[in-house]
Design a protein around this ligand. Structure first.
Ligand code: BEZ
Ligand code: FE
Length: 304
């Protein structure tokens, strides 16, 4: 068959999939082809615009290396990453909601004991903060021995991995104790921009949107028999909660960093006075076969 027009071309391309054995590959490719063609027809794409798009995607690829993944950043700012999170989060009612993993998770961060100071290695001063809570099942049962991977930005809005002179800062792995409790000392995180030296920032600029993420602490919480959750805790009152560049904010994940002015409480916790306190419980769903875990290992390989 030959001599296609804008209507018959789509069917001809889809017909090329007829020898495909994998039904899922077939389904994904057919839908992608149909949507791409429909998009071109919808906007009546010009040849100049098509070439601008090719140049943008080329620049996006050229910005990627073993530390930087501009394509994932593109997916993040177009809301595709959060769409995939939504489609794949099958948490039970009452479980902590999932949100984006982001590029700054580092596998193999140091292990810390209950009550440890994750800010001990900080090279940038920050507001002393005590974070404490429990890991619970959705039925309220405490989960002992849960693993909490924690990471967050420094008070200058940077992650340790963005600073070539920093080691591990404000990140680590903890375990919940026999009562399901965890606690550690850190700094209050700060809002920050996603990387602004690449084509994605130029796109954001053209869209008239800032590159900022509201202040948050990241957590991956897992325990045998429960579904792992990849989540954030956002700081209440942050100026970017309503305009997060990657659409990751959930109302249920916003919490207060409360100022504690009691010298007795500071003394009891080994904190300076005054200090900030974040009280936060994580709620895990019963296991679903480890679906979310695969998402992490796919992203471990790349950094934005
Ligand atoms: C982050 O939260 O660390 C993040 C998420 C998406 C893009 C960039 C950063
Ligand atoms: Fe982050």
């Amino acid at each position: 068959m030959r001599q296609f027009d804008e209507q018959t071309l789509t069917e001809a391309v889809v017909a090329r999939l007829k020898g495909v054995k994998d039904p899922r590959f077939n389904q994904v490719m057919e839908s992608a082809i149909r949507h791409l063609h429909a998009f071109a027809r919808d906007v009546q794409l010009t040849e100049e615009e098509w070439f601008e798009g090719i140049k943008f995607l080329t620049a996006t690829g050229q910005k990627c290396d073993d530390k930087r993944q501009e394509f994932i950043l593109l997916s993040d700012v177009l809301g595709l990453s959060m769409m995939v999170v939504e489609l794949n989060s099958r948490a039970a009612q009452g479980a902590t909601e999932s949100t984006v993993l982001g590029p700054f998770f580092v596998p193999g961060a140091p292990d810390y004991e209950y009550g440890a100071d994750l800010s001990a290695t900080a090279t940038v001063p920050g507001e002393p903060t005590w974070v404490a809570g429990r890991v619970l099942a959705t039925d309220g049962k405490p989960i002992a021995g849960a693993t909490l991977e924690i990471w967050q930005s420094r008070a200058d809005g940077m992650y340790d991995v963005q600073d070539p002179h920093a080691g591990h800062e404000l990140r680590g792995r903890l375990r919940s104790n026999a009562e399901g409790r965890y606690a550690f000392r850190t700094h209050k995180p700060k809002y920050y921009p996603v990387p602004t030296d690449g084509p994605v920032e130029r796109l954001l600029d053209a869209m008239g949107h800032h590159p900022m993420r509201p202040a948050h602490m990241h957590a991956i919480v897992s325990a045998p028999g429960y579904q792992q959750v990849i989540t954030h805790v956002f700081a209440e009152g942050d100026p970017y909660l309503d305009s997060d560049v990657v659409f990751a904010v959930k109302d249920s994940l916003i919490a207060e960093y409360r100022k504690v002015e009691s010298p007795e409480e500071a003394k009891r916790l080994g904190m300076p006075s005054p200090f900030l306190r974040l009280d936060w419980d994580f709620h895990l769903s019963p296991a679903d076969g480890g679906k979310t875990r695969q998402a992490i290992s796919a992203r471990d390989a790349v950094k934005t």
